[in-house]
Structures are given as C-alpha cells and as structure tokens.
Design a protein around this ligand. Structure first.
Ligand code: C2E
Ligand code: MG
Ligand code: MG
Length: 760
C-alpha cells in the first residue's frame, strides 16, 4: 500500500512542479522528489528485509549522487547564476553511473548466479550496436568540437555521459534477457532505468530540440518516483530471487531484438551517408567487425543450445518410454506395455498363422501375506517372484507385472499347446521353493491360468481376460494349480454369455413359466399347498429345467430379477386361485425358492412385501424356501430370514441334510419347516430311516413341521408315515402341474393313488 501512496504523492508533486514557474522553488521541489527517492529505497530495503540488500544500497547511493549533482547544478543556477561546464555537479553525476550500473550488475548476479554466456553476448551486441549509434551521433560530434575551443576535460566529460548511458542500457538489456521472475516491480525497475537513460541521452544529444527543462525534467522526475515506488513495493524482495526454471532460451522475441541491434549500426551509417554526414571508415569497419564476431559467437551459442535441448528431449523421451514400459518395483514390463506387446504378437501370429500364449501367474493369499509380514517383505517377495519367473522362462519370452501380485508371460508362436503348459510347469517349480526375505522363511503358493489363441479371433485384452478366467478357475478348484483357457473353454464361455443374454430377454419378455407341485399331508393325503418351480420355454420349443440355467443366473444379479419375477407371479397366481375358489385354497400354502444371492441382497424383504402387497395375498399363505447351504454361504442369511419372518411369511429349509447344519442348530434358526432332502429316502445306507426319525423328532420338538421331498414309491411313504413325518412331495402323488391344472382341481386326480397306497 505504501508504494501506491508514494506513487500517487509523487504524481501530485510532479503536477505541482509543472505549475510552479522556473526558479528556486521549483528546483527545491525537484530536489525534494530526488531525496524522497533515496529515502524510499533505503526504507524499502529495510522494510522488506530483502535477502540481498547489496544492489539496493548501490541504487540508493547512485540516486544520492544524482541528487547531489542536481543540488550543485541548482545552486550554481539559482544562487550563483552560472552554469559552468564541467562542474562539481558533473563529478556527482558521473559517480552516479557506475554506482547504478554496479547495482543492476549485482542484481543480475543475484537473480542468476550461473554464467550466462548467451545473455552476455546479447548484451554485448546491444552495447556495441547502440554504442556505435551514440558514438556516431552524440560522442563524435562532441569530440570533434575541438575546433570551437572546448577544453579536453570538457569534451571528456561530455563523452562520459553517453558512455555511461550505453553501459546502463546494455546492463538493462542483460537484466531483461537474463532468466528470472518478471513481476510488476521488475517492470517498474526496467521502466525507471529506461526513463533515466532516455532522458540523459536526449539531454546529451547535441542537436536536441527539447523544450528543456520541462519535458526532460518530467522524465527524470518520473524515474525518481518510479524508483522510490518500486523500492517500497512488497514484491521488491522477490526481485533478487533465483528463478525456478532456466528461461533464458533463444526465443523469437530475443532474436528480433538482437537482429534490430545488429542492424542498427549499419543503418546508422547509411542514414549518416544519406544525410551527408558520413561516419568515419574506421568506426564503420571496426564496428561492423566487432558486431559480426559477436553475432557469430551468438550463433555458435544458439547452435549449442539447440543441440543441448535436442539431447535433453531425446533423453527425456527415452526416460518417459522406459518409465511407461517398466514396473518400478520389479523392473518387468508394465501392464500397458505388455498389452501392446501381446497385440503386436497376435498381429504377427495372424500373418504367420501361429498361435499366441499367455501365462498368468497369481500369488495365493498375497494380501493376507502382506498384512502379516508388512509391505516391505511383500515387495521383497514380488521382486523375488519376478526374478524367478524371468529365470524360469529365459530371455526369449516377455515378462510383465499386471499389478499387485499378478505376473504375465507372453509366449510367441508356441509349437503346440504343450509348450505353454510346459512353461507353466517350469514356473510352478520355480515358485515352489520357500522365499527367504529378510531371513524369514515364507511359503508362497502360485496359481497359473493359461490362455492360448488358436483361431486368431481375439485381441490382447480378451486373451488377458481369458487367462484371468482360467486363473480364477484354478482358485475355485481345491486341487488344480493351473488351468488352460483354450477353444473348448472359449466356446463354453461364449455359450454362457449367450445364455445369460437369452435368459435376460426371457425374464422381461415372457419366456419364463411356473409349474406347481402339490405338497400333501402324509396322514390324510389332503393337499396342503404347492411348490412353485421354474421352467424356461426356449425359442425353439425346448423347455429348460432350473438345473440348466439357475446356476448361470446365480453368477450375476440376474438371479435377483428372476426371484422378483417368481415372487410376483406366484403370489398373483395364488391370489387368483383363491379368489376363484376360496374354500379350496383358504388353508393351502405356496412355496417359492429363493437363491442365496437374492437373500443376501438387501432388497429381498422389500421384494417379498411388494409381491404380497401387489397381489393382496395374506402373508401366511407364502413360504420362502432357502437351501440349507445358504446358511453357511451367506453370512447375513439368518438376519434376512428373521426380517422375512417378521412379514408373516413361513421359512422353509430346503434340501436339509445335504449341508452342514447340525440338528442341534435347528433350535437357533429362524425356520418354520424343514424339507428333508430326497437323497435320504433313496439312500440304501443303513441308518437312513433312523436319521429321518431323528430329524423329524428334533424338528417337532422345536415346533417345526417336516416335509419329505422326492417321494416316488409307496414303501417310502409308509416309512414316512411310521416316522410321523408331516407332509410329502413327490412323483408318487404328482409331478409339477401347470397353473391351469391346479386351477381346475386336477390335482385331485392323484388322490385315489394315495388310497391304493393306504390299502397296501
Ligand atoms: P428343489 O427346490 O429341491 O425342488 C425340488 C425338485 O425336485 C424339483 O426339480 C422337482 O421337480 C423335483 N422333484 C419333485 N418330486 C420328485 C421326485 O419324486 N423324484 C425326483 N427325482 N425329483 C422330484 P426342478 O423343478 O428341476 O428344480 C430343481 C431345483 O431348482 C429346485 O430344487 C430348486 O432348488 C431350483 N429351483 C426351481 N425353481 C426355482 C426358482 O423359481 N428359483 C430358484 N432360485 N430356484 C429354483
Ligand atoms: Mg425347493
Ligand atoms: Mg429340495
């Protein structure tokens, strides 16, 4: 803020100066402005605590000398009424030049301490160019004024001014072209020095037509005020800060400025000749020689700069490429570069008719390993794995790291698929021996997935994905250590993908159907309810059974869509039956199978209640069947079942006896019915019927009902009767029936068969 106040005040005082008539008052104002400038520089230097105050004290001293010169000049003029030349004023002025030049010089040094040869040559070119002009038009006329009786001392002093100005100007050029930050203060500084140089040069030029003193005084005063203001500016301390980047490049703007400086002197000679005041031949030839040498030197520097820059660029390009292509931890190729290599290899294989193989190595439980041993040991293991892989496959196969604990080996044109499996075997052997990072002994198991492109129809990312699928298959298998993704598996996957798409279409475009299998009371043979079972009517008239498509649907959220559809359709159907024949259906139930994945989905409760609300079916009619294994596979199952039960629906545990639930656990489970798996009825193992008896007794003790599945023969039914089982379901009574058959009451058709059994 202070600097703005100073600048404003300075402008006001300069305006006042112009209003006051020439005389002592005006000169005092002039001196006051100069003195304020000196004080401002000193104050600013202290105020902003610049790291290198040297240049600033030189500036202050230079300006002080200048003010002294002004004071002596004014004293002579106003008090003694003489204007001697040379006088003590000139001594002061000529002391000011070297001081200011030293200030600018030390500032340049502080800003860029490195030797800047090109910048120095640039300044020399400007120095010589402008020096020649000022010699030809300013100094030489003064020197040759000997004829008019001027003393040698006077001539020398007169010539010293333009010399000083040219020196300041050259330093100014060096300041501008040297590397360093260019702030507002920097521009103010350049402006201040430039104003001073312009005013001096104009003053010294013999044929000036200035309206002195007013016009030139304005420039000098402006320079004083600018000096003072910039010293008070808070950015002044940053002026001597070193630049972050080397910015003294050979730019187009520099080139133009240098060209102009180089052309300036020949142009001067031409103009001089045209005006009939030719410059002497020595000056012309000498100047041209020096300038040409300097321009040549500058060109050499420029060529060198270009060479260095090009070298740096090449190095940088190599460096960027290396970093992009190599994993910093292991030194192996990166995923991106590996994909590029695979793509190239596939392309070559397409032309040559050869296959391409990818071997994907995945470390088992690596995350758990780093959790236990820490990331540093983890890194050691990864580096060691990389070393072992490279050692095992040899130099002819590219090896990369996909990220984390996955590595990949590219096998170009394997002679047969056996070669890829051979490589996999080698790798497994290499990785089998224990790792010894930091003296610890750690076992790391590796799993390998292979993919081989034999029909040339895949791209790099597909081939990689296939290797990953093969790898996942290995993980899923308890015994395998590698798996090959070949054309056979590729076809299988394709079929699965196609099936998923077709199933999705079926869900939303009416390709699914439900059939209903009656559940009967063992004691009376009366129908208790039905189990809804899903069928998929394929486009070609083939009916697909759940075993074909439910496992595929369970691999994605497709199973939840299916579950929602089944819930909606079943409840709607049952409500319709009940509306048509309330008497027959009022005590019957409808069971729906819900998959574990859908049960894990938080929307399951909402899905069930939405189906009940939409159909208007009371909740007690609905049974949700989940398989026993779900209790183990879906940790949240028990909570979800509790929430479903709270809706008022019944929970039935399907396929009981095939999972790991103990009979004792039944006590704690939120379950109403147990469905004994069909395998128990068919088992010929001794003790099967005792097991059924045990399950039934335990379930009854907990207030649960027991349903037996898959009853096909009368003797099985008799066993169930003896064991006091509640309900049964099976082909002996009826297979799954169409909704129309149930609606029409056709299920009664099988009751006589039950009578036969009873009689038997
Ligand atoms: P589940 O729930 O245990 O269904 C009983 C299966 O046994 C049904 O086969 C049924 O047709 C069959 N079955 C009935 N009585 C007998 C018999 O006396 N002997 C023999 N050998 N089999 C009999 P299905 O319809 O093929 O269903 C198979 C499995 O598919 C079901 O087993 C169930 O786990 C699943 N499933 C069926 N529908 C759906 C559904 O809508 N959603 C879900 N998530 N799964 C379903
Ligand atoms: Mg079932
Ligand atoms: Mg079952």
């Amino acid at each position: 803020m202070v600097w703005r106040v100073y600048l404003g005040a300075g402008a006001a005082v300069i305006s006042l100066y112009l209003l006051v008539p020439a005389g002592p008052v005006r000169d005092v104002i002039y001196l006051a402005v100069g003195l304020s400038c000196v004080i401002a520089i000193c104050a600013g230097t202290r105020l902003h605590r610049t790291a290198s105050p040297g240049p600033w004290y030189l500036f202050a001293a230079g300006q002080m000398a200048w003010v002294m010169g002004d004071a002596i000049y004014s004293w002579n003029l106003d008090v003694r009424h003489v204007t001697p030349f040379p006088s003590a004023a000139d001594v002061a002025y000529l002391i000011a030049y070297p001081l200011l030049a030293a200030g600018v010089g030390t500032l340049i040094r502080a800003r860029s301490p490195r030797m800047d040869l090109p910048g120095t040559i640039d300044s020399a070119i400007v120095l010589v160019g402008i020096g020649l002009v000022s010699w030809a038009w300013i100094a030489q006329p003064l020197v040759s004024a000997s004829a008019s009786g001027v003393s040698t001392l006077a001539r020398s002093v007169a010539v010293a001014y333009p010399v000083g100005d040219v020196l300041l100007l050259a330093l100014l050029v060096k300041l501008v072209t040297a590397p360093g930050t260019t702030s507002t203060v920097f521009r103010m500084l350049v402006g201040a020095v430039a104003l001073q140089v312009v005013a001096d040069t104009a003053f010294a030029a013999p044929s000036q037509g200035w309206d002195y003193p007013s016009a030139l005084d304005l420039l000098w005063l402006g320079s004083y005020v600018l000096w003072g203001a910039l010293a008070l500016h808070p950015q002044m301390a940053g002026l001597s800060r070193r630049p972050d980047l080397h910015s003294g490049r050979f730019t187009g703007r520099r080139m133009t400025a240098l060209g102009a400086a180089a052309v300036l002197s020949p142009a001067t000679f031409l103009i001089g000749m045209a005006l009939g005041r030719p410059v002497d031949a020595w000056t012309a030839v000498g100047g041209a020689l020096v300038l040409t040498s300097l321009v040549l030197a500058r060109m050499a520097c420029a060529v060198d700069e270009i060479r260095v820059t090009a070298g740096q660029r090449d190095w940088l390009q190599d460096e960027i490429f290396f970093r992009a292509a190599h994993d910093p931890l292991t030194g192996l190729f990166t995923r991106a570069y590996m994909l590029h290599l695979v793509e190239e290899t596939l392309r070559r294989g397409q032309v040559a008719g050869t296959a391409t193989g990818l071997v994907l190595v995945d470390l088992d439980r690596f995350t758990a390993l780093t959790d236990v041993w820490g990331p540093a040991i983890g890194d050691d293991i990864l580096r060691e794995t990389a070393r072992r892989i490279v050692g095992a496959v040899g130099p002819h196969h590219a090896v990369g790291r996909l990220g984390d604990d996955q590595f990949i080996v590219l096998i170009e044109a394997p002679e047969a698929q056996e070669q890829t499996t051979f490589v996999a075997g080698e790798l497994l052997t290499a990785l089998r021996s224990p790792y010894e990072p930091d003296g610890y002994l750690i076992d790391v198991a590796a799993r390998i997935g292979l993919s081989v492109n034999a029909d040339m129809g895949v791209n790099a990312s597909v081939l990689l994905r296939e290797a990953q699928i093969a790898n996942r298959r290995v993980k899923a298998s308890p015994t395998a250590s590698f798996e090959v993704f070949d054309n056979h598996l590729r076809r299988e996957v394709m079929q699965r993908v196609e099936m998923e798409a077709a199933l999705r279409r079926a869900i939303f475009h009416g390709g699914l159907e439900l059939v209903y299998q009656p559940v009967v009371a063992v004691g009376t043979g009366a129908v208790n309810g039905y189990e809804a079972l899903l069928r998929w009517n394929g486009s070609n008239g083939v009916v697909r059974m759940p075993a074909e498509f439910i496992p595929i649907a369970e691999k994605s959220d497709l199973i939840c869509d299916i579950g929602r559809w089944v819930l909606t359709e079943t409840t709607r159907q049952f409500a319709a039956w009940k509306a048509a024949d309330p008497h027959r259906f009022s005590h019957r139930t409808i069971a729906v199978n819900i998959s574990g994945r859908h049960l894990a989905d938080q929307r399951i409760v909402e899905d069930v209640s939405a189906a009940l609300v939409a159909s208007g079916l009371p909740a007690h009619h609905l049974i949700i069947e989940v398989t026993e294994t779900v209790l183990v596979d879906v940790p949240i199952a028990v909570i979800r079942l509790g929430a479903l039960r709270a809706l008022g629906v019944t929970i039935s545990l399907d396929d009981f006896g095939t999972g790991y639930t103990s009979i004792g656990q039944l006590r704690t489970l939120p379950v109403d019915t147990v469905k004994i798996d069909r395998s128990f009825l068919f088992s010929i193992e001794p003790g099967s019927s005792e097991l059924i008896a045990l399950i039934t007794a335990a379930a009854h003790a907990r207030g649960m009902l027991v349903v037996a599945e898959g009853v096909e023969r009368p003797d099985q039914l008799n066993v169930l009767k003896d064991l006091d089982c509640d309900s049964a379901q099976g082909y002996l009574f009826a297979g799954p029936l169409s909704s129309d058959a149930v609606g029409d009451g056709d299920e009664l058709a099988f009751l006589p068969r039950l009578d036969v059994v009873r009689e038997g």
